[in-house]
Design a binder for this molecule. Sequence first.
Ligand code: VGL
Ligand code: ZN
Length: 212
Amino acid sequence: MMNQDAVLIVVDAQNGFMPGGGLPVARGDEVVPVINRIGKLFGNVVLTQDWHPAGHASFASSHKGKAPYEVIAMPYGPQVLWPDHCVQGTHDAALHKDLHLPHAQLIIRKGFHPQVDSYSAFMEADRSTTTGLAAYLQARGLRKAYICGLATDFCVAWTALDARTAGFEAVVIEDACRAIDLNGSLAAAWQQMQAAGVLRVQSDHVQPGQFH
Ligand code: VGL
Ligand code: ZN
């Protein structure tokens, strides 16, 4: 059997990033049917959930006089301030109701430390606190990470870059992602990913049978 060492990582397919959500990504809901289709090709599936406590440090509302999408200096570096989104236990934080991945094996929740953001499924924004995902994938012998979801230029890109840093192969499935695209962040993210050896594919090139 080939490619039993592949895993599909579905990033933040949550109401908060869909139209009508707290941090809406344009056409974010369009990824759901694409992810459902490619999900069937993978024996190993991991989901992530952005999972912030109320009053999280990444929320503009937590900083007096600051507006969403402004950048502030945090102890770990620059931080984009976001509208309130994906607060633990709310409808905004729930996975999209049409996401159909019953065989998903693990849900990584991230961004739960009140003072630290976490775009990446692997490492928090302080770049030293791990989510445990790398150790989990290593323990299970999963070496090829296929990454999709929301948003291309933030959580998907940081996840793909950290996957490379941790020694995994990383493939981003472009049409199974949608971007926020803040001040050129999408082009910058693809450039960084390309430089790090992240592969960029379309969902129709993720072949049935390739992973079994
Ligand atoms: C995300 C900004 C803040 C994402 C999460 O899922 O890309 N972006 N929190
Ligand atoms: Zn967030």
